[in-house]
Design a protein around this ligand. Structure first.
Ligand code: ADP
Length: 681
């Protein structure tokens, strides 16, 4: 391992913009100088489940390097093949969920007064049944794929996409079912972490080679964009790789959604919704801080839309019969078609004719024509009813060897897990969402408990991870996240969060996504959470409840001192310390504690009744919080906004305090992160 020493001996004192000379201990030669404030030598790296985005901070756009590695097959074995679920034969539950989607679609069309021709489905099916492909000769096909058939070495990124399955097996080093994991610890494609990290290094090198084509290889600084709910052990391993195995001499990290806000230039309270390929995340940002307890990771994304779309196409007699969607070429076709014709714009849903080129290894290029109808909208609509996605996936579980070799980060002293945890995330996995509570009293009671639940959540020790999937619909997840963020911070911020819902990630490019999301939030947001006077009502009521509790606590203290019950209108909690031995007093205290909760319940009930009748009264000028779904600024692509945000960070002075240099890493190891992060590490 290369040891370096900088002229500045104090590692913590590198917050000046003067370049630091680096001396290589082995050679004694002065290495390059690091100017922490010079964005020219900063490279932004954002690993994603579909592509890794990599580019110089001052570049307009990053290179998109597919998260894919192709390994030559040793023999003709096909490898472990799982049966594809992407075919027309589906279970009854799937059909039911599909019908549900269909009725949501019809309702929406009716609401917007769009006519649906009654025989649309028949038209599509009969056209597709009779459609015949047209064969295109290779020399008439300028975009034909030049497949790589020499399987004597490993291929990375874009090259790996050209390697057919008959000669290569494929694997993805960056996480595809992330839940905060940077690396792919799922399934059996890797037998050891060493092998996995080897691929990560090679994939980044592949990206760097493309990036540095014209430039001479030098030392660079990296800004790494990490998930909001990140796994510390992965982040630390990645920093180590960048500093010791790759040509970087300083690394800074930033969370994805904060970077998104930088990229969009938004500084007010914002709810960032990132719809990626395999995951969707929702996070609330306030005053430059990602609110830990508002974070939600949903285990579905654009890939699921692709899968569902392909199955819906097949169900309508899609003319390409042998379509293997899970092969590299088949997936390409599905993705291309999805990007071309999937839409959430109701005006565009009619019977329409489309075409595509089938380019599959060892088969002639063919041009197909086909018709579609409502499947173009049903597939993305499933983001709001995602249970259907589960039927089309081959579920993989965590690879225990990899998990053992790269365990979760634990506190040195308590041995408890010490990664970021979000109360909202755990709550939606286990108890459903606020939108599912139809009774207003029940809802209000749940809302009033947010603070105490948060306290209990933060003090509870966690030693094992909850690997349950989160399949809450996107609209409900956004409402959940904003509600928990505001109630534990300041209820009056609700207005700002609802009017700044920033949608990013490749899948948010679906036409009219913002329009649909606004409608869905308006449909699902419970009335209480929509009223602009609710924050004030909530604050007042919380205060009154606190007063009742205080009153009863002081009564309890008095009781504990005198050993007898003092008559009171409020009551007491059974927390008095020295009353424990006296059975009679204890019983009395329990009695008063019961009285307190019944008093609180009565108070909530009457206050809610008054509030609602006031809202419903004719002369009330009550209004609802507007929902504002903000698309990325006009000239920016939704998929690269967070990458762009990190490049903004690279250009502001603050960044010099965030860079971790080789020397920092050698001297302090991962502890340095506590001092060099823009958030609480
Ligand atoms: P990740 O960060 O997980 O790699 P991205 O934010 O880059 O994901 O988004 C990739 C996803 O966006 C893919 O599922 C891709 O199919 C989808 N996507 C990109 N462009 C479009 C589009 N125009 N319409 C629909 N989906 C799209």
């Amino acid at each position: 391992e290369r040891k370096t020493l900088r002229s500045s001996t104090n590692a913590n004192n590198n917050n000046t913009s003067t370049p630091k000379a680096v001396v290589d201990l082995k050679t004694g030669v002065m290495d390059d100088e690091i100017d922490l404030n010079d964005p020219n030598s900063t490279i932004i790296i954002q690993p994603g489940s579909e592509t890794m985005k990599i580019g110089f901070a001052l570049d307009e756009t990053p290179l998109l390097i597919p998260n894919l590695v192709a390994i030559p097959k040793k023999d003709d074995s096909k490898g472990p093949s799982t049966e594809s679920k992407l075919n027309t034969e589906q279970s009854e539950e799937f059909e039911d969920l599909k019908n549900e989607l269909h009725s949501t679609f019809k309702e929406r069309m009716r609401y917007y007064k769009r006519r649906i021709q009654p025989n649309s489905h028949e038209q599509v099916k009969s056209f597709n049944r009779n459609a015949q492909p047209e064969t295109i000769l290779d020399n008439n096909d300028p975009a034909r794929i030049r497949w790589i058939t020499q399987n004597d070495k490993v291929y990375y990124g874009n090259d790996a996409l050209l390697c057919p399955e008959s000669f290569f097996s494929h694997r993805k080093p960056f996480g595809t079912c992330r839940n905060g994991a940077l690396f792919n610890l799922m399934g059996s494609s890797y037998s050891s972490v060493q092998e996995l990290l080897g691929d990560v290094i090679k994939l980044i090198e592949f990206g760097l080679n493309k990036l540095l084509e014209a430039k001479n290889k030098d030392k660079y600084k990296a800004i790494l964009v990490i998930p909001d709910l990140f796994e510390k052990s992965h982040v630390e391993e990645m920093i180590r790789l960048l500093l010791t195995e790759l040509p970087f001499n300083a690394v800074a990290i930033i969370q994805e959604s904060l970077a998104t806000c930088y990229g969009a230039g938004i500084s007010t309270s914002t709810c960032v919704v990132n719809v990626g390929a395999s995951e969707t995340s929702v996070s609330c940002i306030d005053e430059g801080v990602v609110l830990e307890n508002s974070l939600i990771n949903l285990n579905y994304g654009g890939d699921d839309i692709t899968r569902l779309f392909s199955v819906l196409l097949k169900m309508n007699n899609f003319p390409y019969q042998d379509w293997n969607v899970e092969s590299i070429a088949g997936w390409n076709i599905a993705e291309t078609l999805k990007k071309q014709i999937v839409t959430l714009q109701d005006a565009d849903v009619t019977v329409q004719l489309s075409n595509f080129m089938k380019r599959v290894f060892n088969e002639p290029t063919e041009k197909y024509e086909f018709k579609t109808f409502d499947e173009v909208m049903l597939a993305p609509l499933a983001l709001f009813a995602p249970r259907i996605f589960s039927y089309l996936r081959n579920e993989e579980s965590k690879n225990s060897t990899l998990q053992y070799q790269l365990p979760e980060s634990k506190d040195l002293f308590t041995h408890e897990l010490n990664d970021w945890r979000s109360m909202t995330q755990e709550a939606c996995k286990n108890n459903g969402s606020y939108c599912d509570i139809s009774d207003e009293l029940q809802l209000l009671t749940a809302l009033l408990e947010v603070d105490s639940k948060l306290e209990a959540f933060q003090s509870e020790a966690t030693t094992t991870l909850d690997n349950k999937r989160n399949m809450l619909p996107l609209d409900k997840a956004i409402i959940q996240s904003i509600t928990d963020a505001c109630l534990s911070l300041d209820p009056s911020k609700m207005d700002s969060f609802y009017s700044n819902i920033l949608v990013v990630g490749g899948s948010s490019n679906i036409p009219a996504f913002d329009f649909m999301l606004t409608d869905r939030i308006n449909i699902w947001r419970p009335r209480l959470l929509s009223l602009s006077s609710f924050p004030q009502f909530y604050k007042n009521l919380s205060k009154e409840i606190k007063d009742l509790e205080m009153e009863s606590q002081s009564t309890a203290k008095l009781q504990a001192q005198t050993g007898s019950v003092v008559p009171t209108t409020g009551s007491s909690t059974p927390l008095a310390t020295n009353a424990g031995n006296d059975g009679e007093t204890m019983a009395d205290l329990n009695e008063v504690s019961k009285k307190l909760s019944s008093n609180i319940n009565d108070l909530i009930k009457t206050k809610l009744q008054d509030y609602i009748s006031n809202v419903e009264s004719q002369n009330s000028n009550e209004h609802y919080f507007p929902v504002g779904v903000v698309p990325p600024p006009r000239d920016m692509s939704a998929a690269i906004l967070s990458w762009k945000g990190a490049s903004v960070l690279a250009q502001i002075k603050l960044v010099e305090e965030l860079f971790i240099t080789n020397l920092d890493w050698d001297m302090h190891g991962s502890r340095i992160l506590q001092h060099k992060c823009i958030f609480t590490y």
